[in-house]
Design a protein around this ligand. Structure first.
Ligand code: MG
Length: 203
């Protein structure tokens, strides 16, 4: 399986990092070795001094899809979860400046926290799902999928023009405003529709 992630999919987040509002989705990938499941601890990597949290709604793909049409896009999703796209912001900034790829900043081991996945049927409207992240008990990010620049179905249509989607693939759909640095000792907790879905301690 593969993990596909979307950058700059919320206007207020693009602005907080001084990035332009994109006219097409910004796509990058993480290998399956990036996944961090089952509330496991995250160990601060030695290669960065500025790892940031980015909470993101995650969808799971349930059918092979190439050139998916907008009408059928909803049929390619069977589950919803929540994740963190951990980002080595210092490495990303250096690579952005030189126009280099982001992989070392985005795709390192355990950079993709993932909650359990819940049936899509639990969510009557994919374009109105709230989610949030607390850091040491205080809410630092809260989002609603209705604020996405490119909604879930349009992401499936766009990505599948370039990359065949397969059963079990995950798409991290972008982070809302409020990203920030993590530190050893922090405790992060993720919520979908106010229900706790993951905990992640930074070690
Ligand atoms: Mg992200």
């Amino acid at each position: 399986m593969k993990v596909i992630a979307v950058g700059r999919n919320y206007i207020d987040h693009a602005k907080e990092l001084n990035n332009p509002i994109p006219d097409k989705p910004v796509i990058f990938m993480k290998p399956d070795t990036a996944l961090l499941k089952d509330n496991k601890d995250f160990y601060y990597p030695e290669f960065s001094n500025d790892v940031h949290y980015e909470v993101e709604l995650v969808i799971r793909i349930c059918n092979e899809g190439k050139h998916v049409s907008p009408k059928f896009a909803h049929k390619y999703i069977d589950a919803i979860g929540l994740g963190i796209d951990f980002t080595a912001r210092d490495i990303q900034a250096a690579h952005k400046e030189k126009g280099l790829p982001w992989e070392l900043a985005k795709s390192f081991d355990h950079s993709a926290v993932i909650s359990p996945l819940f049936p899509k049927e639990d969510f009557p409207d994919l374009n109105n799902i709230t989610f949030s992240l607390t850091k040491n008990g205080k809410t630092v990010q809260s989002g609603n999928t209705k604020d996405m620049i490119f909604n879930i179905e349009s992401l499936i249509v766009f990505i599948s023009k370039y990359i065949t989607l397969r059963k079990g693939d995950l798409i991290y759909t972008g982070t809302p405003v409020g990203v920030g640095p993590i530190a050893i000792g922090d405790k992060f907790e993720g919520f979908i529709q106010n229900n706790p879905v993951f905990i992640c301690h930074i070690k």
